[in-house]
Design a protein around this ligand. Sequence first.
Ligand SMILES: Cc1cc2nc3c(=O)[nH]c(=O)nc-3n(C[C@H](O)[C@H](O)[C@H](O)COP(=O)(O)O)c2cc1C
Length: 193
Amino acid sequence: MVNKTTNRYPISSLIENRWSTRAFSGSKVEEGKLNSILEAGLWAASAFNEQPWRFIVGRKGSETYDKILSTLVEWNQRWAGKAGVLVLNIAKNTFTHNNKPNATCNYDLGQAAAFMSIEAVNQGLCSHQMSGFDAQKAAEIFNINRGYNIVSVTAIGYYGDAEELPADMQKSENEERSRKNFNTMVFTGKFEN
Ligand SMILES: Cc1cc2nc3c(=O)[nH]c(=O)nc-3n(C[C@H](O)[C@H](O)[C@H](O)COP(=O)(O)O)c2cc1C
């Protein structure tokens, strides 16, 4: 299930073993494991400890799952429907203590989503975040008002068989993961525009 990569420096094996699979098995995810993943998200840091993240959780076989799936772009629908869980990731865009705009609400939500993806690995599961979905449609389906940003969807589930994926998705599933060069991203002193 591990999609190997080559690190320049050693990192936690949970981070090393996280990757965005599309080859989910179709199996359901145990409620306890799902709750641990969500719990991990809730322990992310956030500005003023606002905890702006909100999650609509759809377990496979439920109406909520089908509704979230229906918001995905066609490409994502072709693989994400075999994930055990689909989560709609939402951020409250104002601070509760003063009603002012929360400029880092999406950033904070992203941290929660990242924590969840790491905890998924810890639970023996895989995840795949997506921005390829129709946020307006999600707002209408779930009656979400403009005080919330509907940012992404995360698929969570057990790893399946890459050979069962549509042919055009198999190559990337089996490819070695890559990252840009460390030195082009990390600076000391002079920033390179
Ligand atoms: C915010 C966000 C949006 C993404 N949207 C999609 C998507 O719509 N469809 C898709 O197949 N992958 C999507 N991805 C997955 C990325 O393509 C993937 O994370 C990237 O290629 C790096 O691969 P890795 O996660 O295995 O390290 C998204 C990832 C993030 C974090």
